[in-house]
Write a protein that binds this ligand. Structure first.
Ligand code: MN
Length: 254
């Protein structure tokens, strides 16, 4: 197929660049801060199986332990009560894992207010400037929060982290053609979203509509507002509510 040969040529020449949107995964990867009486996701940890020693003279490998929602990860519709019993992460069609992206930048506003909530009017202003949201694509919400990714305390920030308003989440879920929302924060919702009138509105509305979430993204500043293609690769955990994932973006360079 010529189109794939052309893509490979463009990758070789640098006309198409691959940008990694994934945060490194380690023992330092921040974990969502939930009330102590709730179940808690495991942070990433590892244990050596062998490291060129008696347990395996020629091999280094580790066992790892983490939750489905540790680090940069993919939220499937079955993650939330509103999507209970619907699509799990192993059932996400592969065609959904390669998708266009719209990038909306509210980093200036978030710098003034860490509890900033994206509202419908912000997205409508973006549409007026850049055109419709991509059918079958992602809305990637840039907040500048990725700059805090190396410091778990600043990243969690006492649960003062940006999110999306209830009515905007409902509108994105039910009236726009996007397949999901990608964010730079620890989860798709604001840190204080359990206190909203509709708690965790991104989770509630998006998953209820069969849509997805992507979290702890980095390098959204390197993406154009339109035209990037995002590749996600959640593990097909059978019955899984989500999965850690690599997230790559293809962008054209002039
Ligand atoms: Mn999640």
């Amino acid at each position: 197929m010529t189109v794939l040969a052309d893509l490979l040529t463009a990758l070789n020449t640098g006309a198409v660049e691959v940008i990694d949107l994934t945060a490194p995964l380690s023992e330092d990867t921040p974990i969502i801060d939930l009330p102590a009486d709730r179940g808690q996701p495991w942070p990433f940890s590892r244990e050596v199986i062998s490291e060129f020693d008696a347990a395996g003279p020629t091999v280094h490998w580790n066992n790892i332990r983490l939750s489905e929602h540790t680090g940069t990860h993919f939220d499937a519709p079955s993650h939330w009560l509103s999507g209970k019993g619907t699509q799990d992460v192993s059932q996400v069609p592969p065609g959904r894992l390669v998708a266009p992206a719209a990038v909306i930048d509210l980093s200036h506003e978030v710098a003034q207010d860490p509890d900033f909530r994206l509202r419908r009017e912000h997205v409508e202003a973006w549409i007026n400037e850049h055109g419709p949201l991509p059918d079958g694509g992602w809305l990637l919400y840039r907040t500048g929060w990725d700059a805090r990714g190396g410091d778990a305390k600043a990243f969690i920030n006492g649960r003062h982290t940006p999110g999306v308003s209830e009515d905007c989440a409902q509108w994105l879920a039910s009236e726009t053609p996007v397949i999901g929302l990608g964010v730079e924060t620890v989860g798709t919702d604001a840190g204080l979203a359990d206190e909203f009138e509709q708690p965790f509105p991104c989770h509630w509305f998006l998953h209820g509509a069969g849509k997805y979430g992507l979290t702890q993204l980095r390098n959204l500043a390197l993406l154009p507002p339109t035209g990037a293609v995002v590749i996600t690769s959640p593990l097909p955990i059978v019955g899984g509510s989500g999965s850690p994932t690599r997230v790559l973006a293809l962008v054209t360079r002039p």
